[in-house]
Ligand binder design. Structure first.
Ligand code: NAP
Ligand code: ZN
Ligand code: ZN
Length: 362
């Protein structure tokens, strides 16, 4: 076993604190990674606080991981010690279901769905059809730790053109916003709306701009207006006030909502052109009812999207390197993570905290 140290919460009311544990030695196809940096996603906060009612404790979050390969299993061909690599939200999947066979592990339909980097399988044994857990692990410990051991198929190369610390948020926030834009065919000249300018939102703006779209940011924070423009947005609307939205009715090709809680999507559905889609990636819970008269009258859709596949993660890393896109990050030491959570909840982050894991080793 490998000795590891992380930051974990023991229950929904606990702060994150130092946690010593052990990881399995790498098997033949596994890669051992010394964690260098880990992004702080709003999902980490939802999970630590059990806001999705599925948290397994102790909860050791982190799924925007960049590190250095220190050891490889005997059959590993993809990476060698010294390589800078990334790990996102998934560390395994069933590999045999239809989505897995088609390179969409993030929609794995196996009995336990995909194995999350932390918090265990997406479908735990008690909710699985057979009552079993094919991964043999009810909990997994994520990237707020000194070391990770991951199957090589779920490890990503970090392109040389990306700084390792700034690359970390691409592994969740980047691919979560890139994947729906690709799926719904966002292209040059499209009018794209981004609702909520946080970790996901600010990367959505950069990616959409690089795809050639004309981007409008919808924000609740007046003091983010200048930031939105700096990120490449052409228009910024503060709050969803009805007067400002009226002239925009029926003008958008694609809108992405990154708001981290249930909200009223109807003001944004009204802004879509005929046949276009509002994709909600932020709120993973019931939304306020959609006014289907508006959706039906113009054949509009409201959709969801879950992270992105391994192939899309490699694609978005390459896309960011090629277009010179880097997340706006603030590096913090591990001791600052509880305070960072509070600031993210207040909307006081520009735009992603990344933990320097050297602080955990010190
Ligand atoms: P974040 O950094 O906190 O950003 C969210 C932004 O939404 C805030 O900066 C704020 O922007 C806006 N906002 C916050 N509360 C709001 C409210 N009550 N009403 C309206 N706007 C509000 O969070 P994040 O890391 O980007 O994550 C966003 C959400 O995506 C989280 O819920 C996370 O769990 C989820 N997520 C989903 C997936 C997926 O696969 N679907 C993947 C990753 C994350 P303004 O100040 O501009 O208004
Ligand atoms: Zn995330
Ligand atoms: Zn599968």
């Amino acid at each position: 076993m490998i000795k590891a140290v992380g930051y974990a919460a023991k229950n929904a009311h606990d702060k994150l604190g130092r946690f010593e544990f052990q990881r399995e030695e790498p098997g033949a196809s596994d890669i051992q990674i010394e964690v260098l940096y880990c992004g702080v996603c709003h999902s980490d906060i939802h999970q630590v606080k059990n806001e999705w009612k599925n948290t397994v404790y102790p909860c050791l979050p982190g799924h925007e991981v960049v590190g250095r390969v220190t050891r490889t299993g005997t059959s590993v061909t993809t990476f060698k010690p010294g390589d800078i690599v990334g790990v996102g939200c998934m560390i395994d999947s069933c590999r045999t279901c239809d989505p897995c066979q088609h390179g969409e592990e993030n929609y794995c339909e196996g009995p336990n769905s995909w194995l999350a980097t932390y918090n265990g399988p997406m479908v735990p044994a008690k909710k699985a059809p057979t009552g079993e857990n094919m991964y043999g692990r009810d909990n997994t410990f994520g990237g707020y730790s000194t070391v990770l051991v991951v199957n090589e198929d779920f490890v990503l190369a970090i392109p040389a053109g990306l700084a390792p610390d700034a690359a970390a948020p691409i592994l969740c926030a980047g691919v979560t916003t890139y994947s729906p834009m690709k799926h719904w065919g966002v292209k040059a000249g499209d009018k794209v709306g981004v609702v909520g300018l946080g970790g996901l939102g600010h990367l959505a703006v950069k990616i959409a701009v690089a795809l050639g779209a004309e981007v409008t940011v919808f924000t609740t924070s007046k003091d983010k207006e200048d930031d939105a423009v700096m990120l490449g947005a052409e228009h910024v609307l503060v709050e969803d006030d009805k007067k400002a939205l009226k002239p925009l009715k029926g003008t958008f090709d694609f809108i992405l909502s990154t708001v981290p809680e249930s909200h009223d999507v109807n003001p944004f559905v009204a802004l879509l052109k005929r046949d276009k889609t509002l994709v909600v990636v932020g709120a993973l819970e019931p939304l306020k009812p959609v006014n289907n008269m508006e959706a039906a009258a113009h054949r509009k859709s409201v959709a969801g999207s879950m992270i992105g596949s391994i192939a899309e993660t490699a694609e978005v890393l390459a896309f960011c390197a090629e277009h010179g896109i880097a997340p706006e990050i603030e590096l913090i030491d591990i001791e600052a993570v509880n305070d960072a959570y509070k600031r993210i909840e207040r909307g006081d982050v520009r735009f992603r905290y990344v933990i320097n894991m050297a602080s955990l080793r010190a």
